[in-house]
Every structure is written in C-alpha cells, then in structure tokens.
Design a binder for this molecule. Structure first.
Ligand SMILES: NC(=O)C1=CN([C@@H]2O[C@H](COP(=O)(O)OP(=O)(O)OC[C@H]3O[C@@H](n4cnc5c(N)ncnc54)[C@H](O)[C@@H]3O)[C@@H](O)[C@H]2O)C=CC1
Ligand SMILES: O=C(O)[C@@H]1CCC=N1
Length: 265
C-alpha cells in the first residue's frame, strides 16, 4: 500500500483527506499529515483518526506520495526544511496556487517527479474538480496514478501548465463566486418575504438543477437560458437588469483577476 503524506493540514488538505477516506480510496492508516498548528492537529486527529505530527521531516521520510498543501507564501521555507530528504522514488504533488513545477523542481531537486494540481473545496463532498500538470520528471503513468487516486474527490482533468492560472481563476477560486451568487439570490428571496430557509432551498436547488441540466445537455448554455425566457416575460425583464448591472463582464473579470493574482503569489 502506498503511503500518502500531506504537509499542511488546512482546509484544502482536509477536503482531499475527507474525500479519500470517506470513499474508502485509502485507509486512514496509510495517511500521515503534518501541521504547525496544535489546533489543526487536534481537529484532524479527532475527525479522521489519521496520524498527524508537527514534524514535516517525518511525513517526507515515511511517504510515497507527498502532497504540499501549505500556502504559496510559505512553501519555499517548508521545502527548504525537508529538501534533502526527498528521493527519486517518491512523488511530489503541490496544491499551491501560482507555484510552477519548474520552481518546485528547483527547490526540491530536478530529479524528483513533481506534479502540480489545482483542486477546489467541493472535494470535501466528493464533488470537486481538479486539474493537474506534469513536471519534467513526472511520467504519464504518474499522471494516471494521480487520476485514479483523486477521482473519488471529483473530476480530474489534465492541462498544460500554462493554463494553470486560468484553472485557478475559474474552478480553484470559483466556489467563492458561486457562494456569493447564492447569498445574493437568497437575499433576493428574503427581500420579497420568503423565509431564509425556503430561499436557501430554492436558490441551492435552482443552481444544482441548472448545473445538472447543463452537464447532461449537448445544447449551448445560451439555449438553456433561452428556454426559460418567454418573450415579454419575467425572465427577460430580470436578465435585462442583470446584463445592465455588468454581471457577465464582472464574472469574466473575476476569473481573469484571480488568474493574474495566481501568477503574482
Ligand atoms: N482553499 C482553497 O479553495 C484552495 C487552496 N489551494 C491551495 O492550497 C494551499 C493551502 O490552502 P488552504 O488549505 O486554503 O490554507 P490553510 O491556511 O487552510 O492551510 C494551510 C495549513 O498549513 C499549515 N502550515 C503553515 N505553515 C506550515 C509549516 N511550516 N509546516 C506545516 N504546516 C504548516 C497551517 O497551519 C494550515 O493549517 C494553498 O497553497 C492554496 O493556494 C488550492 C486550491 C483551492
Ligand atoms: O484564494 C486562494 O489563493 C486559493 C487558491 C485557489 C482558491 N483559493
């Protein structure tokens, strides 16, 4: 059994660990994580029963796959601390936004296989989507192993590394935009007298249902929009207000701004 090590047991690491353990993809005995925070170590031990330590060295020496799940701002220091311990038999997977495989290879060693992934938080409920790109020493086989390993937490796609900022802007940061849209829809329902709870149910199911419809349809998204829009009707009135408010360009700009920021981290 391959041992999975995770350095940095924060929100994104938890989403991955939860999905992998809940879907019985890995035994909890096969997972070791480290975190500098006492509180995170306590939470993760209580919730998942995995081995969680304060010492990053232990994670590297005991694991076959090593996930780097700390913030981009500290990943350099973390790698420096353990760089001498990596072997060419191990496989490194970084989830840090904006850190290229080339930078990782420079910091770790040009000989250790490195892959970069960009997951998102719905991995916590096995509905994530993640993209990965291979470093210079990472084989296609490593990519396939990763697809198998991570498929229980959501859809896995391979992209050219140059497109990683775009993935970050769209699906990495995307759950925040969708949560904001949901919040606003709920507020709209409440303003018109619906209870918060009914508004939330209506908003969430509308979003989930539309997403399912879009996923299962071959039609262009504009056709799905048109199906709701009666001439001279309520939806046309609402869409006019949305377009006027700049929602479309706002979302396009949001994706681009996140992608741009990812390259500055
Ligand atoms: N949150 C998200 O939606 C996504 C995050 N990411 C990436 O995932 C990475 C982690 O992000 P989050 O989980 O959101 O952050 P987080 O702050 O929840 O987790 C980071 C964890 O690393 C720990 N840590 C800090 N320094 C450490 C050290 N020297 N040794 C060991 N552990 C240390 C912290 O105590 C914390 O628990 C980032 O690089 C981010 O770019 C990628 C995709 C989505
Ligand atoms: O906000 C961030 O920097 C991270 C990367 C993608 C989602 N959250």
């Amino acid at each position: 059994m391959n041992k999975i090590g995770i350095i940095g047991a924060g929100s994104m690491a938890e989403a991955l660990i939860n999905g992998l353990i809940n879907e019985n993809q890995v035994d909890k005995e096969a997972v070791i994580a480290s975190d500098i925070s006492d509180q995170r170590r306590e939470v993760m031990t209580d919730k998942y029963g995995i081995e969680i330590v304060a010492d990053n060295h232990k994670v590297v020496t005991e694991s076959d796959y090593i996930f780097l799940a700390v913030k981009p701002q500290v990943i350099g220091d973390v790698i420096e601390e353990v760089a001498d311990l990596f072997t060419t038999e191990q496989k490194v997977i970084s989830i840090a936004a904006g850190v290229s495989t080339e930078q990782l290879e420079e910091m770790i060693s040009a000989k250790v296989p490195v892959v970069r992934i960009m997951p998102n938080t719905p991995a916590l409920v096995q509905e994530g989507v993640l993209a990965y790109s291979l470093g210079r020493q990472a084989t296609e086989e490593f990519g396939r192993e990763l697809e198998d390993l991570l498929s229980p937490v959501g859809k896995v796609i391979k992209v050219k590394e140059a497109l990683m900022p775009a993935v970050t802007g769209l699906s990495g940061s995307g759950p925040a935009y969708v949560a904001l849209i949901l919040e606003a829809l709920v507020a709209g329902g409440v303003k018109l007298g619906l209870s918060h709870s009914d508004s939330k149910d209506l908003a969430i199911q509308t979003l989930a249902g539309t997403a399912k419809l879009a996923a299962e349809s071959d039609e262009h998204l504009a056709v799905l929009r048109d199906q709701v829009t009666s001439p001279g009707g309520t939806t046309a009135e609402a869409l006019y207000r949305l377009e006027k408010s700049g929602i479309r360009s706002g979302l396009i700009e949001a994706v681009a701004a996140s992608a741009e920021k990812a390259q500055e981290l």
